[in-house]
Design a protein around this ligand. Structure first.
Ligand SMILES: [Cu+2]
Length: 139
């Protein structure tokens, strides 16, 4: 049983236990993402994974966000990543003005990290509010 399946099972069990309670978080049973989003932040801010791992972001907020890598803050040999599939930070920023590259509530984005190092990324509309995150990829 991998970690995500285990967490999903725990979540389902917790929901069943709370069946008589009026507050049931529907996302608890589907808690199989790595990084969530609040109105102006990625949670957790920093995550550590291994080379070859896939990180899944889930827009757990009601606002539209982007997951956009800082081109100068990822390893030089690494593949660029951004919601919308853009191949550069400049392209992602430009497209945002045309309403491209957003993920909305409940939508997910994933990226597989093949090169070790630190990756800093941000959300285009909330960059000014400090909506930034870091993925540390270890060998
Ligand atoms: Cu945002």
């Amino acid at each position: 049983m991998n970690r995500r399946r285990f967490l999903a099972a725990v979540g389902a069990g917790a929901s069943a236990t709370l069946a008589g309670c009026s507050v049931i978080d529907p996302s608890a049973a589907a808690d199989d993402y790595d990084v969530g989003m609040t109105a102006e932040a990625f949670r957790p801010y920093e995550i550590t994974v291994s080379v070859g791992d896939t990180v899944v972001w889930d827009n757990t907020s009601t606002r539209a966000h982007s997951v956009t890598a800082y081109e100068e803050e990822i390893p030089a040999e690494a593949e660029y990543f951004a919601t919308g599939g853009f191949d550069s930070e400049a392209a992602a920023r430009e497209a945002w003005d045309g309403n491209e590259g957003a993920i909305t509530n409940g939508q997910r984005f994933s990226h597989t990290f093949e090169v070790a190092g630190d990756y800093t990324y941000f959300c285009i509309p909330h960059e000014g509010a400090g909506m930034v995150g870091v993925v540390r990829v270890e060998e």
